[in-house]
Design a protein around this ligand. Sequence first.
Ligand code: TRP
Length: 326
Amino acid sequence: MKKVLTGLQPTGVITLGNYIGAIKQMVKYQDIYDSYLFVADLHSITIPQDPKELASNIKSLLALYLACGIDPKKNKIFIQSENLYHANISWLLECNTYFGELSRMTQFKDKSQKNKNFTSGLFTYPVLMAADILTYDVDYVAVGLDQKQHVELARDIAIRFNKKFGDVFKIPEPLMAQEGTKIMDLVDPTKKMSKSSTNPKGVIRLLDDVDSIRKKIMGATTDSGMEIKYDPENKPGVSNLINIYVSLSGKTIKEVEEMFKDKKYGELKKEVADLVVNEVLDIQKKYNEIINSDEINKILDDGIKYTCEIAKKKFELMKNKMGLHR
Ligand code: TRP
């Protein structure tokens, strides 16, 4: 069975965009791949975090993923900082990564420009990510477009290491989400739905109360004309609502267009709102059960035990190849 891995940063809230674009994809992968899912808490501290908030975000994120259908029997689930090998492996890789390579990472360039007083962790972040990936010899890394360059760097590092020290790492490939799973902002449907958006009306958070979710969808920006047709370029608002409908109903775009052929925008919105609210209510119910139970601890204990064994072997192999032994 092929392996897939993904890391999740425990920062901020989870949106409908994350749900459709990432979580639902992982839920599909868990049936066809050996799946690894971890909380990338070491990545989140590359920018300052409030310790109390960080700790509660980690737990809440895990509970939400489980509530969304991530099955602990089908995934190895763990917290990155609990697996001490990741940071150690990262150091060995850092000594095989060039300053120039890291300087060219677009995320680093963006973030370091926004905050001139950035940490060196922000700079070496992609190497830690390479360690997360290469440790488990995965075939695929599930990421959004913004992380693709980091997966490519992980490949470069692995190829170089293998050349220098012998066959140590499998070369992974990025696994990008399917078309139609990128959900746009409800107020400005030319922008991606993002938790950092300035207008909260455009963003649906999975833990929002459902009345406000319904209001946001009913108030979504639509386009001129009357026709309910999938045309992202000329009708971004309507196309976004169709994408949400398609993703949650399992119907095709054609089927949805057919269903709403002679209907008004308002009817499409109402049906989309019904679907979203139904699904969110179910998720929230499960979330509340999980967050108040001891289930998460048990899952994490199993996950860390399993992944530490694999990581230890990889770390020892790297050290041996590099001459770090008695
Ligand atoms: N950098 C990723 C993000 O911000 C999170 C992440 C850390 C990750 N390590 C990873 C994703 C390894 C995939 C594989 O979204």
